[in-house]
Design a protein around this ligand. Sequence first.
Ligand code: ZN
Ligand code: FE
Length: 258
Amino acid sequence: MPNEQPDITLVTVPCLSDNYAFLVHNDATGQTALIDAPEAQPIKDALHARGWTLTDILITHHHGDHIDAVAALRDGARVIGAAVDAHRLPPLDLEVAAGDVIDICGLPTHVLDVSGHTVGHIAYHMPNAKLAFTADSLMALGCGRLFEGTPAKMWVSMKKLRALPADTMICSGHEYTENNARFALSLDPANAALISRSEGIKAARAAGRPTVPSTLDEEMRTNPFLRADDPTLKAVLRMADASDADVFAEIRARKDKF
Ligand code: ZN
Ligand code: FE
């Protein structure tokens, strides 16, 4: 059966001060993929503890806190990144573009263009494992800052990610969630799902637990950056008649000043 649930393990690896890298391991084939390479040592430790060897390294975008450890970790692994960004990524063994489907750990893996934080930022979606690696595009209760793209471009990227199945795990690149929750509550103080999620986030952080990954379903109900077309949020912002992209731009501008 091609759609059989694969034997996949996901490991979240905290790196640097607030980055996350991810390991995906197929227990049946023994393959292991790394998504983003912020820092070598914690990733090497996570691999060593499980007896895993990297087969693939998937890069989401060119920022140093996502690629700096590629050279130290590649050692025979296949390094994959966006063709459009190849000039500013470590040397790639496989260049990919939006719409490509590649085989990672025996799983069909879809490449999505989620530009906005940077132009050329890609996400990787593994539908069979219900995983999406979104790095600094869609984040837990937030989205990445717009260093290169326009708000309109990021809003298109948000809608692409929002269209994935609701039970997809959103594996994003940073632990910014507690601050994101304060911002989200400032816009949307009566949102019951957001209030209860915020309590859970506070408790998780107080206990030193990551708040990433999250589910797309909870993001759709609580993340203001996925809700620029929500009439309730538009009304709060006094932008009832504004375009969705303009509302998204306003939310992002407010977050930048928060
Ligand atoms: Zn970044
Ligand atoms: Fe980053």
